[in-house]
Design a protein around this ligand. Structure first.
Ligand code: FES
Ligand code: FES
Length: 181
């Protein structure tokens, strides 16, 4: 695990202090890398991940907890990062879409299956769907189609009509069963 320390002071934080706002020191592990960052107490976790830590694979759609595009895993559980404060993630282990591929860049089975199934079109929704699907398969490696649809029902897609996304998850289930992963 690598320690990364960043943004101990910036004009943005100084402006927050000048306005009477609180700054918190946040210690968090993202995709196996430890980060120590200073952020406004009111800063959403999604902004911490994207702007302070620099992992922009987590997308922001509605920023109101509706679309699921910002879904990440926090200690293995799916969470909408736009609805959490960064400060609430203190001490946790977060996995983002950038953390799914293996160390040599090999795709996670769900990524590979989704690509082969042409699961997405514009793919703006993809990070959220993939993280939700990973959470499902971690808990239930052999879900039914109905269970896949239920688990992914909190993620919105403007392009596909969902059928191809469900098919991609079903392909991943099959491949993972065959390979014993
Ligand atoms: Fe978080 Fe839409 S951006 S739920
Ligand atoms: Fe475009 Fe889902 S593929 S929003």
């Amino acid at each position: 695990m690598t320690d990364t320390t960043s943004n101990t002071d910036t004009p943005r934080l100084q402006a927050e202090r000048d306005a009477g706002g609180s700054i918190v020191d946040l210690s968090v592990t993202v995709n196996g890398t430890h980060h120590q960052v200073s952020v406004e107490a009111r800063r959403p976790l999604s902004d911490v991940i994207r702007e302070d830590i620099g992992l922009t694979g987590t997308h922001l759609g509605c920023e109101h907890g509706v679309c699921g595009a910002c879904t990440v895993l926090i200690d293995g559980e799916p969470a909408r990062s736009c609805l959490m404060l960064g400060a609430q993630a203190e001490g946790t282990e977060i996995t983002t879409i950038e953390g799914l591929a293996g160390p040599d860049g090999e795709l996670h089975p769900i990524q590979q299956a989704m690509m082969e199934a042409h699961g997405f079109q514009c793919a703006f929704c993809a990070p959220g769907f993939l993280m939700s699907a990973v959470a499902l398969l971690d808990e239930n490696p052999d879900p039914t189609t109905a269970e896949i649809r239920e688990e992914l029902s909190g993620n919105l897609c403007r392009c596909t009509g969902y059928q191809s996304i469900v098919a991609g998850v079903e392909t991943a289930v099959r491949v993972m069963k065959e390979s014993g992963k």
